[in-house]
Design a binder for this molecule. Structure first.
Ligand SMILES: C[S@@+](CC[C@H](N)C(=O)[O-])C[C@H]1O[C@@H](n2cnc3c(N)ncnc32)[C@H](O)[C@@H]1O
Length: 279
């Protein structure tokens, strides 16, 4: 069969399973199967696909029917300006988290050599994106999940940054180390009882999503710990849930942080807070 026939069969199957992104998903899965870009798929619709390639493609379609995210099926996700290896051991990098990278790059000038900590490093997408553009900075990165650290190490190797990022498998509660100029964190912030209602997210590790009963358990730990780990005037860049602005600001103020900036995401929800440890 031709590429176009396989795509059209895939569209029908995914559409029938209520997958709204069925078109783009089939094109990505075909591009992954044939190891060519999506553009090349679309430019070669009349080309024939080998039997074994068809089989591989429909296997991927079958995984997608079960709502497995595309990034896990293809083991790849682009974030900020780079590609990252993805797997079920860590959260898939989200476009909304790019705001944290953008804010970090605004705070740190190109030639500055800052010490930065990433709490809950996951795939490593935040630290690696910042390091690639700030050649004199160094990161420490912690995560409670051994497998997330393993993935982040693979991504650091992929981007040849292993010499500028140190990983620690640690609960934020048990991390006592240097003093940092900047802390960046995208913590788990979903309320425990809401996790089961999230579609593709159900394939992602609970430990990356679960913010406890009120959604703020880890965020509050991070704020308390940042007070100890930051230098005076050090900055904290935090990602938060769409409805957590007031509570997080209150927690920050309680710990004597000054609120510098509140940033909205692409859906117009407050998603990121930049603050300064005053004393
Ligand atoms: C929302 S994910 C963020 C991953 C990555 N930074 C990103 O932005 O895509 C949160 C990460 O925090 C880690 N984590 C959860 N609880 C933690 C804790 N108590 N201490 C350290 N890391 C924790 C999870 O394993 C997960 O990798």
């Amino acid at each position: 069969m031709k590429i176009i026939d396989n795509l059209e069969d895939g569209y029908k199957i995914l559409k029938g399973s209520n997958i709204s992104s069925y078109k783009i998903d089939c094109e990505i899965l075909m591009s992954h199967t044939l190891s060519i870009s999506r553009e090349e798929v679309l430019l070669n619709l009349e080309k024939n696909v080998k039997k074994e390639e068809e089989e591989r493609y429909f296997n991927l379609i079958n995984r997608r029917i079960k709502n497995e995210p595309i990034a896990y099926i293809t083991s790849n996700k682009s974030f900020w300006k780079n590609n990252f290896i993805t797997n079920k051991n860590a959260l898939i990098p989200r476009p909304d988290s790019e705001h944290l990278v953008e804010q970090a790059l605004k705070l740190v000038k190109k030639k500055q050599a800052k010490r930065i900590l990433d709490i809950g490093v996951g795939s490593g997408c935040l630290s690696i994106s910042v390091l690639k553009e700030r050649p004199y900075c160094k990161f420490d990165a912690i995560d409670i999940s051994k497998n997330a650290i393993k993935l982040a190490k693979s991504n650091a190797n992929l981007h040849q940054l292993s010499n500028r990022i140190k990983f620690y498998k640690r609960d934020v509660d048990n991390f006592y180390h240097d003093k940092y100029d900047l802390i960046i964190s995208n913590p788990p912030y979903i309320k425990k009882h809401k996790i089961k209602y999230l579609g593709t997210v159900s394939h992602e590790p609970k430990i990356a999503l679960d913010g406890g009963l009120n959604g703020l358990e880890i965020t509050r730990k991070i704020i308390s710990k940042s007070k100890k780990l930051l230098k005076t005037n050090g900055k904290l860049i935090l990602e938060i849930g769409y409805d957590q602005k007031y509570k997080v600001i209150e927690s920050l103020k309680e710990k004597n942080f000054f609120i510098n900036k509140i940033i909205k995401d692409y859906g117009n929800n407050v998603r990121c807070i930049v603050s300064t440890k005053i004393k």
